[in-house]
Design a protein around this ligand. Structure first.
Ligand code: ZN
Ligand code: FE
Length: 257
């Protein structure tokens, strides 16, 4: 199986997984660039997965389905251009001969889901939309900090070697914030210089891995004393528990420049 991010818009990736003939695409916000790439590679679009309802994740679905007859799976609790099969946490679907489990990850949107395949050529694979980013997490448009923390905790519990396919190339801007709130983290500093070098060559910093994110992502590390200290230095009224720290970090990131 080959995993490939097709760039879209300013900083989106439409993740494609394929076996050389049939392809699965995740969150196609637009159709044209993806269709062109699939044609160049001589791939037939078999399945579309949708993580949440935002237009930069769904804008190409209707046109692609019409052109290819691909099956579409999306969040049961969200309004996505139909027809599609609604799925929720605990469901499992089949695509390209793979079994993908659906995980509920509310927070960025109320019905956001992620797709997890336990074994793709020996390693797990996660499509997590706008929930988990490398060194960051999605904004809370529809959910509470408690929901988002629970969703991220669920993802952080996946195997360390899980490849993490996020929908946006936000890594460098996330890393600026991460370095500010977790300055004594050597793994983070090393990852930041690696990502800097990749972006200078216009290469993706993704996929990341769950094991790496556990070590560098401040939003997966709100239980760590270093992050609690940073949150309290920023806002002395911030509770020292993981949820209080997470809430303060998420609000701080929104205004961090
Ligand atoms: Zn979104
Ligand atoms: Fe998005």
């Amino acid at each position: 199986m080959i995993l490939h991010p097709v760039p879209a818009f300013n900083d989106n990736y439409i993740w494609v997984l394929h076996d050389g003939q049939r392809a699965l695409a995740v969150d196609p916000g637009e159709a044209h660039g993806l269709a062109q790439w699939l044609q160049q590679q001589r791939l037939q679009l078999d399945t579309i997965l949708i993580t949440h309802h935002h237009p930069d994740h769904t804008g190409g679905v209707a046109q692609l389905r019409e052109a290819t007859g691909a099956q579409v799976f999306g969040p049961l609790r969200e309004r996505v251009p139909g027809p599609f099969t609604g799925v929720e946490g605990g469901d499992a679907i089949e695509a390209l001969g793979l079994r993908l489990e659906v995980i509920d990850v509310p927070g960025h949107t109320a019905g956001h889901i992620a797709f997890f395949a336990a074994d793709v050529d020996g390693a797990p694979l996660l499509f997590c939309g706008d929930t988990l980013f490398s060194a960051g997490c999605g904004r809370l448009f529809e959910g509470t900090p408690a929901q988002m923390l629970e969703s991220l905790t669920r993802l952080a519990a996946l195997p360390a070697n899980t490849r993490v396919c996020c929908t946006h190339e936000y890594t460098l801007s996330n890393l600026r914030f991460a370095l500010a709130v977790d300055p004594g983290n050597p793994v983070l500093a090393e990852h930041a210089s690696r990502c800097q070098a990749l972006r200078e060559r216009n290469l993706p910093t993704l996929p990341s891995s769950i094991g790496l994110e556990r070590q560098i992502n401040p939003f997966l590390r709100s239980h760590e004393p270093a992050l609690a200290a940073a949150a309290q230095a920023h806002d002395p009224s911030s509770p020292a528990n993981a949820l209080g720290v997470f809430t303060t970090l998420r609000a701080w990131k929104n205004v961090f420049a």
